[in-house]
Design a protein around this ligand. Structure first.
Ligand code: SAH
Length: 480
Protein backbone atom coordinates (compact mmCIF):
# COMPACT_ATOMS: atom_id res chain seq x y z
CA UNK A 1 0.00 0.00 0.00
CA UNK A 2 1.31 3.44 -0.89
CA UNK A 3 1.16 6.28 1.56
CA UNK A 4 1.51 9.92 0.72
CA UNK A 5 2.79 12.85 2.65
CA UNK A 6 -0.02 14.79 4.39
CA UNK A 7 -2.42 11.88 4.09
CA UNK A 8 -4.69 11.56 7.14
CA UNK A 9 -4.92 8.11 8.71
CA UNK A 10 -6.41 6.50 11.77
CA UNK A 11 -4.14 4.21 13.78
CA UNK A 12 -4.16 2.32 17.04
CA UNK A 13 -0.89 2.79 18.93
CA UNK A 14 0.27 -0.68 19.92
CA UNK A 15 3.84 -0.14 21.09
CA UNK A 16 6.48 2.49 21.78
CA UNK A 17 10.06 3.05 20.66
CA UNK A 18 12.91 3.44 23.13
CA UNK A 19 12.77 7.17 22.32
CA UNK A 20 9.13 7.35 23.42
CA UNK A 21 7.41 7.59 20.05
CA UNK A 22 4.17 5.66 19.61
CA UNK A 23 4.14 2.84 17.08
CA UNK A 24 0.98 2.18 15.10
CA UNK A 25 0.39 -0.09 12.15
CA UNK A 26 -1.72 0.53 9.05
CA UNK A 27 -2.21 -2.71 7.12
CA UNK A 28 0.91 -4.02 8.81
CA UNK A 29 3.05 -0.98 7.83
CA UNK A 30 4.61 0.67 10.91
CA UNK A 31 4.20 4.37 11.66
CA UNK A 32 6.22 6.24 14.28
CA UNK A 33 4.16 8.92 15.95
CA UNK A 34 5.71 11.38 18.39
CA UNK A 35 3.44 12.34 21.32
CA UNK A 36 1.18 9.29 20.82
CA UNK A 37 0.94 6.82 23.67
CA UNK A 38 0.50 3.09 23.72
CA UNK A 39 -3.26 2.44 23.75
CA UNK A 40 -4.28 5.65 21.91
CA UNK A 41 -6.58 5.57 18.91
CA UNK A 42 -5.16 8.43 16.94
CA UNK A 43 -5.66 10.46 13.84
CA UNK A 44 -2.28 11.14 12.25
CA UNK A 45 -0.91 13.10 9.34
CA UNK A 46 1.76 11.31 7.32
CA UNK A 47 4.97 13.36 7.42
CA UNK A 48 7.61 11.11 5.87
CA UNK A 49 7.45 7.73 4.14
CA UNK A 50 10.47 5.40 4.01
CA UNK A 51 10.78 1.95 2.50
CA UNK A 52 9.86 -0.08 5.56
CA UNK A 53 8.30 2.49 7.89
CA UNK A 54 6.89 5.99 8.04
CA UNK A 55 6.50 8.94 10.37
CA UNK A 56 3.23 10.58 11.30
CA UNK A 57 2.27 13.64 13.32
CA UNK A 58 -0.37 13.26 15.98
CA UNK A 59 -3.31 15.35 14.79
CA UNK A 60 -5.97 14.24 17.20
CA UNK A 61 -6.43 11.63 19.90
CA UNK A 62 -9.68 9.90 18.94
CA UNK A 63 -9.91 7.58 21.95
CA UNK A 64 -7.31 8.26 24.63
CA UNK A 65 -5.17 5.48 25.99
CA UNK A 66 -6.04 4.43 29.57
CA UNK A 67 -2.48 5.57 30.39
CA UNK A 68 -2.99 9.10 29.07
CA UNK A 69 -2.94 11.87 31.69
CA UNK A 70 -3.21 15.67 31.67
CA UNK A 71 0.21 17.25 31.37
CA UNK A 72 1.68 19.71 33.87
CA UNK A 73 3.21 21.81 31.16
CA UNK A 74 1.44 23.57 28.32
CA UNK A 75 4.56 23.45 26.15
CA UNK A 76 5.40 19.82 26.45
CA UNK A 77 4.84 18.92 22.81
CA UNK A 78 6.77 21.90 21.44
CA UNK A 79 9.67 21.44 23.81
CA UNK A 80 10.18 17.72 23.38
CA UNK A 81 12.24 17.43 26.55
CA UNK A 82 9.56 15.43 28.39
CA UNK A 83 8.79 12.71 25.87
CA UNK A 84 6.56 10.80 28.31
CA UNK A 85 4.78 13.56 30.18
CA UNK A 86 1.36 12.62 28.78
CA UNK A 87 1.72 9.09 30.13
CA UNK A 88 0.84 8.13 33.72
CA UNK A 89 3.89 7.89 35.96
CA UNK A 90 3.18 4.24 36.74
CA UNK A 91 3.19 3.43 33.04
CA UNK A 92 6.40 5.44 32.53
CA UNK A 93 8.10 3.24 35.09
CA UNK A 94 6.90 0.13 33.32
CA UNK A 95 8.12 1.56 30.00
CA UNK A 96 11.59 1.96 31.53
CA UNK A 97 11.67 -1.49 33.09
CA UNK A 98 10.64 -2.97 29.75
CA UNK A 99 13.32 -0.98 27.93
CA UNK A 100 16.09 -2.33 30.18
CA UNK A 101 14.71 -5.88 30.06
CA UNK A 102 14.36 -5.87 26.27
CA UNK A 103 17.89 -4.57 25.75
CA UNK A 104 19.36 -7.18 28.08
CA UNK A 105 17.54 -9.93 26.22
CA UNK A 106 17.95 -8.60 22.68
CA UNK A 107 21.46 -7.11 22.82
CA UNK A 108 22.92 -8.89 25.84
CA UNK A 109 21.66 -12.31 24.77
CA UNK A 110 20.42 -13.18 28.29
CA UNK A 111 17.56 -15.59 28.77
CA UNK A 112 14.19 -14.05 29.69
CA UNK A 113 13.73 -16.24 32.76
CA UNK A 114 17.20 -15.42 33.97
CA UNK A 115 16.62 -11.66 33.62
CA UNK A 116 13.29 -11.92 35.47
CA UNK A 117 15.00 -13.80 38.26
CA UNK A 118 17.79 -11.24 38.82
CA UNK A 119 15.74 -8.06 38.26
CA UNK A 120 14.57 -6.03 41.24
CA UNK A 121 11.66 -3.56 40.88
CA UNK A 122 12.43 -0.15 39.41
CA UNK A 123 12.90 2.67 41.92
CA UNK A 124 10.71 5.64 40.99
CA UNK A 125 10.02 8.99 42.62
CA UNK A 126 7.19 9.90 44.94
CA UNK A 127 7.02 13.37 43.41
CA UNK A 128 8.17 13.02 39.81
CA UNK A 129 8.28 16.80 39.11
CA UNK A 130 10.62 19.63 40.19
CA UNK A 131 13.45 17.17 40.65
CA UNK A 132 16.22 18.88 38.68
CA UNK A 133 18.82 20.80 40.68
CA UNK A 134 20.21 22.44 37.56
CA UNK A 135 18.60 24.49 34.80
CA UNK A 136 20.16 26.13 31.76
CA UNK A 137 17.86 28.59 30.06
CA UNK A 138 18.72 30.17 26.71
CA UNK A 139 17.98 33.91 26.50
CA UNK A 140 16.65 35.51 23.33
CA UNK A 141 14.38 38.22 21.97
CA UNK A 142 10.73 37.86 20.98
CA UNK A 143 9.06 39.42 17.91
CA UNK A 144 8.27 42.60 19.85
CA UNK A 145 11.90 42.96 20.87
CA UNK A 146 11.46 41.89 24.50
CA UNK A 147 14.00 39.64 26.17
CA UNK A 148 12.73 36.11 26.77
CA UNK A 149 13.98 33.03 28.60
CA UNK A 150 12.72 29.63 27.61
CA UNK A 151 13.66 26.58 25.66
CA UNK A 152 14.54 25.74 22.09
CA UNK A 153 11.51 24.52 20.13
CA UNK A 154 12.07 20.95 18.99
CA UNK A 155 15.32 20.68 17.11
CA UNK A 156 15.52 24.37 16.27
CA UNK A 157 17.21 27.29 17.96
CA UNK A 158 14.00 29.33 18.19
CA UNK A 159 13.34 30.20 21.81
CA UNK A 160 9.85 29.68 23.17
CA UNK A 161 9.24 31.73 26.27
CA UNK A 162 8.70 29.68 29.42
CA UNK A 163 10.35 30.45 32.73
CA UNK A 164 8.61 27.70 34.64
CA UNK A 165 9.75 24.27 33.42
CA UNK A 166 7.94 21.73 35.55
CA UNK A 167 11.06 19.62 36.07
CA UNK A 168 12.96 22.49 37.70
CA UNK A 169 12.81 24.16 41.10
CA UNK A 170 10.38 26.98 41.91
CA UNK A 171 13.20 29.51 42.30
CA UNK A 172 14.08 29.28 38.58
CA UNK A 173 11.08 31.42 37.64
CA UNK A 174 11.78 34.03 40.30
CA UNK A 175 15.43 34.35 39.22
CA UNK A 176 14.66 34.47 35.50
CA UNK A 177 11.97 37.12 35.97
CA UNK A 178 14.48 39.29 37.86
CA UNK A 179 17.01 38.90 35.04
CA UNK A 180 14.45 39.63 32.30
CA UNK A 181 13.10 42.70 34.05
CA UNK A 182 16.67 43.94 34.63
CA UNK A 183 17.34 43.46 30.91
CA UNK A 184 14.20 45.41 29.93
CA UNK A 185 14.83 48.25 32.38
CA UNK A 186 18.48 48.68 31.44
CA UNK A 187 18.24 47.91 27.72
CA UNK A 188 20.52 44.93 28.02
CA UNK A 189 20.53 42.86 24.85
CA UNK A 190 20.13 39.12 24.42
CA UNK A 191 22.68 37.23 22.33
CA UNK A 192 21.69 36.58 18.75
CA UNK A 193 23.21 33.46 17.22
CA UNK A 194 22.84 34.60 13.61
CA UNK A 195 24.87 37.79 14.04
CA UNK A 196 26.98 36.92 17.07
CA UNK A 197 25.82 40.21 18.63
CA UNK A 198 24.06 40.84 21.93
CA UNK A 199 25.16 40.18 25.49
CA UNK A 200 23.28 37.55 27.48
CA UNK A 201 23.36 34.01 26.09
CA UNK A 202 22.24 31.67 28.83
CA UNK A 203 21.37 31.58 32.50
CA UNK A 204 22.54 28.64 34.60
CA UNK A 205 20.80 28.06 37.93
CA UNK A 206 21.81 25.42 40.45
CA UNK A 207 20.33 24.57 43.80
CA UNK A 208 21.69 22.39 46.58
CA UNK A 209 18.68 20.28 47.60
CA UNK A 210 20.07 19.57 51.07
CA UNK A 211 21.78 22.91 51.64
CA UNK A 212 19.05 25.04 49.94
CA UNK A 213 21.90 27.13 48.50
CA UNK A 214 21.41 28.80 45.11
CA UNK A 215 23.88 29.64 42.36
CA UNK A 216 23.28 31.79 39.27
CA UNK A 217 25.69 32.12 36.40
CA UNK A 218 25.00 34.39 33.41
CA UNK A 219 26.77 33.29 30.26
CA UNK A 220 27.75 36.43 28.40
CA UNK A 221 29.19 37.33 25.03
CA UNK A 222 31.45 40.04 26.40
CA UNK A 223 34.68 40.82 28.18
CA UNK A 224 35.00 43.46 30.82
CA UNK A 225 35.65 46.92 29.37
CA UNK A 226 38.90 48.68 30.22
CA UNK A 227 37.13 51.73 31.56
CA UNK A 228 34.69 49.95 33.78
CA UNK A 229 34.90 47.28 36.43
CA UNK A 230 31.64 45.77 35.25
CA UNK A 231 30.83 42.75 33.13
CA UNK A 232 27.18 43.76 32.85
CA UNK A 233 25.65 47.23 32.45
CA UNK A 234 24.21 48.46 35.76
CA UNK A 235 25.60 45.29 37.30
CA UNK A 236 24.85 46.38 40.88
CA UNK A 237 21.15 46.74 40.14
CA UNK A 238 20.96 43.13 39.02
CA UNK A 239 23.09 41.86 41.89
CA UNK A 240 20.99 43.84 44.39
CA UNK A 241 17.84 42.02 43.29
CA UNK A 242 19.30 38.55 42.82
CA UNK A 243 21.10 38.61 46.16
CA UNK A 244 17.74 39.01 47.91
CA UNK A 245 16.40 35.71 46.60
CA UNK A 246 16.23 33.37 49.57
CA UNK A 247 19.19 30.96 49.56
CA UNK A 248 21.30 32.94 47.05
CA UNK A 249 24.96 32.14 47.62
CA UNK A 250 26.82 32.70 44.38
CA UNK A 251 26.40 34.99 41.36
CA UNK A 252 28.85 34.74 38.50
CA UNK A 253 29.36 35.40 34.83
CA UNK A 254 30.88 33.03 32.35
CA UNK A 255 32.43 34.52 29.24
CA UNK A 256 31.60 32.77 26.01
CA UNK A 257 32.26 34.77 22.83
CA UNK A 258 32.49 31.76 20.52
CA UNK A 259 29.97 30.85 17.87
CA UNK A 260 29.24 27.44 19.38
CA UNK A 261 26.53 25.21 20.82
CA UNK A 262 28.61 24.74 23.97
CA UNK A 263 26.74 26.68 26.63
CA UNK A 264 29.38 27.56 29.21
CA UNK A 265 32.52 29.54 28.50
CA UNK A 266 35.83 28.37 29.93
CA UNK A 267 36.19 31.32 32.26
CA UNK A 268 33.89 31.95 35.24
CA UNK A 269 34.11 35.13 37.32
CA UNK A 270 32.22 35.45 40.58
CA UNK A 271 30.59 38.88 40.83
CA UNK A 272 28.87 38.36 44.18
CA UNK A 273 29.12 35.84 47.03
CA UNK A 274 31.02 32.55 46.92
CA UNK A 275 32.54 30.76 43.94
CA UNK A 276 30.77 27.55 44.88
CA UNK A 277 27.76 26.08 46.61
CA UNK A 278 27.64 22.95 48.71
CA UNK A 279 25.34 20.00 48.65
CA UNK A 280 25.23 16.85 50.74
CA UNK A 281 24.37 13.33 49.65
CA UNK A 282 23.18 10.74 52.16
CA UNK A 283 23.04 7.00 52.14
CA UNK A 284 19.43 5.83 51.90
CA UNK A 285 17.33 2.78 52.31
CA UNK A 286 16.63 2.29 48.61
CA UNK A 287 12.98 1.24 48.80
CA UNK A 288 11.81 3.53 51.58
CA UNK A 289 14.06 6.47 50.79
CA UNK A 290 14.92 6.88 54.49
CA UNK A 291 18.35 8.24 55.37
CA UNK A 292 20.50 5.54 56.95
CA UNK A 293 23.02 7.94 58.46
CA UNK A 294 22.86 11.58 59.54
CA UNK A 295 26.25 12.15 58.09
CA UNK A 296 26.45 12.48 54.37
CA UNK A 297 29.16 13.47 51.96
CA UNK A 298 29.32 17.13 51.09
CA UNK A 299 30.24 18.22 47.59
CA UNK A 300 31.43 21.63 46.59
CA UNK A 301 30.02 22.59 43.20
CA UNK A 302 31.16 25.30 40.77
CA UNK A 303 29.19 26.43 37.69
CA UNK A 304 31.41 24.12 35.62
CA UNK A 305 31.32 21.01 37.84
CA UNK A 306 29.59 17.86 36.70
CA UNK A 307 27.02 16.90 39.30
CA UNK A 308 24.06 14.53 39.04
CA UNK A 309 20.91 16.55 38.32
CA UNK A 310 18.43 14.56 40.40
CA UNK A 311 19.86 14.40 43.91
CA UNK A 312 16.88 12.60 45.46
CA UNK A 313 17.24 9.64 43.12
CA UNK A 314 21.02 9.85 43.00
CA UNK A 315 21.13 9.07 46.71
CA UNK A 316 19.10 5.92 46.12
CA UNK A 317 21.16 4.92 43.08
CA UNK A 318 24.49 5.27 44.89
CA UNK A 319 23.13 3.51 47.96
CA UNK A 320 22.17 0.60 45.75
CA UNK A 321 25.62 0.55 44.12
CA UNK A 322 27.13 0.49 47.61
CA UNK A 323 24.80 -2.28 48.76
CA UNK A 324 25.68 -4.36 45.69
CA UNK A 325 29.40 -3.80 46.34
CA UNK A 326 28.79 -5.44 49.75
CA UNK A 327 31.90 -3.93 51.32
CA UNK A 328 33.22 -5.01 54.72
CA UNK A 329 36.03 -2.49 55.18
CA UNK A 330 38.79 -4.71 53.84
CA UNK A 331 38.35 -4.16 50.13
CA UNK A 332 40.29 -2.37 47.46
CA UNK A 333 37.83 -0.75 45.09
CA UNK A 334 38.31 0.91 41.70
CA UNK A 335 35.71 3.47 40.62
CA UNK A 336 36.05 4.04 36.88
CA UNK A 337 34.49 7.14 35.24
CA UNK A 338 34.34 8.71 38.69
CA UNK A 339 33.50 12.34 37.79
CA UNK A 340 33.94 14.51 40.89
CA UNK A 341 34.31 11.38 43.00
CA UNK A 342 30.69 11.06 44.07
CA UNK A 343 30.54 7.26 44.06
CA UNK A 344 34.18 6.89 45.16
CA UNK A 345 33.66 8.96 48.29
CA UNK A 346 30.40 7.17 49.00
CA UNK A 347 32.27 3.85 48.86
CA UNK A 348 35.35 5.04 50.78
CA UNK A 349 33.64 4.86 54.17
CA UNK A 350 33.04 1.14 53.72
CA UNK A 351 36.26 0.13 51.91
CA UNK A 352 39.94 -0.10 52.74
CA UNK A 353 41.04 1.88 49.71
CA UNK A 354 39.28 3.46 46.74
CA UNK A 355 40.90 4.51 43.45
CA UNK A 356 38.98 6.76 41.06
CA UNK A 357 39.70 7.32 37.36
CA UNK A 358 38.25 10.16 35.32
CA UNK A 359 39.15 11.82 32.02
CA UNK A 360 38.35 15.46 32.91
CA UNK A 361 41.21 17.04 34.91
CA UNK A 362 38.96 19.66 36.54
CA UNK A 363 36.66 16.91 37.82
CA UNK A 364 39.64 15.14 39.39
CA UNK A 365 40.66 18.37 41.10
CA UNK A 366 37.11 18.60 42.47
CA UNK A 367 37.24 14.95 43.55
CA UNK A 368 40.47 15.51 45.51
CA UNK A 369 39.10 18.65 47.14
CA UNK A 370 35.86 16.84 48.03
CA UNK A 371 37.83 13.99 49.60
CA UNK A 372 39.86 16.45 51.69
CA UNK A 373 36.79 18.47 52.74
CA UNK A 374 35.09 15.31 53.96
CA UNK A 375 38.28 14.11 55.73
CA UNK A 376 38.45 11.02 53.54
CA UNK A 377 42.05 9.86 53.20
CA UNK A 378 41.57 6.44 51.59
CA UNK A 379 40.52 7.69 48.16
CA UNK A 380 43.08 8.41 45.45
CA UNK A 381 42.29 9.83 42.02
CA UNK A 382 43.90 9.50 38.60
CA UNK A 383 43.32 11.66 35.54
CA UNK A 384 43.05 9.85 32.23
CA UNK A 385 41.03 7.44 30.16
CA UNK A 386 39.83 4.39 32.07
CA UNK A 387 40.86 2.20 29.12
CA UNK A 388 44.42 3.55 29.35
CA UNK A 389 44.98 4.05 33.09
CA UNK A 390 43.65 0.65 34.13
CA UNK A 391 45.67 -1.52 31.67
CA UNK A 392 48.75 0.61 32.29
CA UNK A 393 48.55 0.25 36.07
CA UNK A 394 47.69 -3.43 35.79
CA UNK A 395 50.56 -4.27 33.47
CA UNK A 396 53.20 -2.05 35.09
CA UNK A 397 52.19 -2.11 38.73
CA UNK A 398 50.06 -5.23 38.95
CA UNK A 399 47.25 -3.35 40.68
CA UNK A 400 44.52 -5.33 42.35
CA UNK A 401 40.78 -4.93 42.93
CA UNK A 402 38.22 -6.72 45.06
CA UNK A 403 35.45 -4.67 43.52
CA UNK A 404 35.32 -2.56 40.36
CA UNK A 405 32.56 0.01 39.94
CA UNK A 406 31.99 1.58 36.52
CA UNK A 407 29.68 4.47 35.63
CA UNK A 408 30.51 5.23 31.99
CA UNK A 409 28.88 7.80 29.69
CA UNK A 410 26.25 6.65 27.18
CA UNK A 411 28.71 4.98 24.86
CA UNK A 412 29.57 2.47 27.59
CA UNK A 413 32.98 1.02 28.44
CA UNK A 414 35.81 0.76 25.98
CA UNK A 415 36.67 -2.85 25.17
CA UNK A 416 40.26 -2.41 26.46
CA UNK A 417 38.79 -1.42 29.80
CA UNK A 418 36.52 -4.49 29.94
CA UNK A 419 39.38 -6.78 28.94
CA UNK A 420 41.58 -5.45 31.74
CA UNK A 421 38.73 -5.80 34.24
CA UNK A 422 38.45 -9.45 33.24
CA UNK A 423 42.19 -9.93 33.71
CA UNK A 424 42.08 -8.30 37.14
CA UNK A 425 39.38 -10.77 38.24
CA UNK A 426 37.68 -8.73 40.96
CA UNK A 427 35.16 -10.65 43.09
CA UNK A 428 32.45 -8.20 42.08
CA UNK A 429 31.71 -5.71 39.37
CA UNK A 430 29.05 -3.05 39.89
CA UNK A 431 27.95 -1.48 36.63
CA UNK A 432 26.03 1.82 36.79
CA UNK A 433 24.65 2.71 33.38
CA UNK A 434 22.74 5.57 31.75
CA UNK A 435 22.17 3.63 28.52
CA UNK A 436 20.83 0.11 28.77
CA UNK A 437 21.78 -0.73 25.16
CA UNK A 438 25.52 -0.26 25.74
CA UNK A 439 25.10 -1.81 29.18
CA UNK A 440 23.71 -4.96 27.57
CA UNK A 441 26.57 -5.05 25.06
CA UNK A 442 29.18 -4.74 27.85
CA UNK A 443 27.48 -7.25 30.16
CA UNK A 444 27.61 -9.79 27.36
CA UNK A 445 31.40 -9.39 27.18
CA UNK A 446 31.81 -9.59 30.96
CA UNK A 447 29.58 -12.66 31.23
CA UNK A 448 31.39 -14.41 28.41
CA UNK A 449 34.62 -13.58 30.25
CA UNK A 450 33.75 -15.39 33.47
CA UNK A 451 31.18 -13.26 35.30
CA UNK A 452 27.62 -13.92 36.27
CA UNK A 453 24.83 -11.36 36.29
CA UNK A 454 23.36 -11.43 39.81
CA UNK A 455 21.20 -8.35 40.14
CA UNK A 456 19.68 -5.71 37.88
CA UNK A 457 17.75 -2.69 39.10
CA UNK A 458 16.53 0.32 37.17
CA UNK A 459 16.30 3.77 38.76
CA UNK A 460 14.21 6.62 37.45
CA UNK A 461 16.51 9.63 37.60
CA UNK A 462 14.70 11.48 34.82
CA UNK A 463 10.91 11.21 35.24
CA UNK A 464 8.85 12.37 32.23
CA UNK A 465 11.76 11.62 29.88
CA UNK A 466 12.70 8.33 28.23
CA UNK A 467 16.01 8.05 30.08
CA UNK A 468 16.66 5.35 32.63
CA UNK A 469 19.61 4.47 34.85
CA UNK A 470 20.43 0.90 35.73
CA UNK A 471 22.65 -0.67 38.38
CA UNK A 472 23.89 -4.24 37.97
CA UNK A 473 25.85 -6.57 40.15
CA UNK A 474 28.11 -9.18 38.61
CA UNK A 475 30.18 -11.69 40.47
CA UNK A 476 32.99 -14.01 39.48
CA UNK A 477 31.73 -17.42 38.46
CA UNK A 478 32.76 -20.13 40.89
CA UNK A 479 35.20 -22.50 39.20
CA UNK A 480 33.47 -25.86 38.89
N1 SAH B 1 30.28 8.59 38.58
C1 SAH B 1 30.15 10.02 38.38
C2 SAH B 1 30.20 10.47 36.92
C3 SAH B 1 29.51 9.61 35.91
S1 SAH B 1 29.32 10.39 34.34
C4 SAH B 1 28.89 10.51 39.05
O1 SAH B 1 27.98 9.73 39.31
O2 SAH B 1 28.80 11.71 39.31
C5 SAH B 1 30.59 9.64 33.40
C6 SAH B 1 31.96 10.28 33.59
O3 SAH B 1 32.89 9.58 32.77
C7 SAH B 1 32.06 11.74 33.20
O4 SAH B 1 32.57 12.45 34.29
C8 SAH B 1 33.06 11.75 32.02
O5 SAH B 1 33.89 12.88 32.01
C9 SAH B 1 33.86 10.51 32.29
N2 SAH B 1 34.52 9.86 31.12
C10 SAH B 1 34.10 9.82 29.84
N3 SAH B 1 34.90 9.04 29.11
C11 SAH B 1 35.86 8.56 29.93
C12 SAH B 1 36.97 7.68 29.77
N4 SAH B 1 37.24 7.15 28.59
N5 SAH B 1 37.71 7.39 30.86
C13 SAH B 1 37.43 7.93 32.07
N6 SAH B 1 36.40 8.76 32.28
C14 SAH B 1 35.62 9.09 31.24
Amino acid sequence: MDFEKNQILTVKIVDMTAEGEGIGKVNGFPFFVKDAIIGDDAQIRVTRVKKNFAYGRLEKVLTPSPFRVDTNCAFHRQCGGCQLQAMSYERQLQFKEDKVRNNLIRIGGFRKEMIDEVTEPIVGMEEPFHYRNKAQYPIGTDKEGNPVAGFYAGRTHDIISNTDCSLGVGENKEILEIILSYMRDNHVSAYEEATGKGLIRHVLIRKGFTSRELMVCLVINFRKGKKTAEYLPAQDKLIGKLAKVSGMKSISVSINTENTNVIMGKEVITIWGSDRINDTIHMRDVSKGLALTDQGITFSISPLSFYQVNPIQTEKLYSQALAYAGLTGKETVWDLYCGIGTISLFLAGAAKQVYGVEIVPQAIEDARANAANNHIDNAQFFTGKAEEILPDKYEKEGIFADVIVVDPPRKGCDEACLTTMLKMKPEKIVYVSCDSATLARDLKILCEGGYELRRVRAFDLFPMTVHVETVCLLSKKCPV
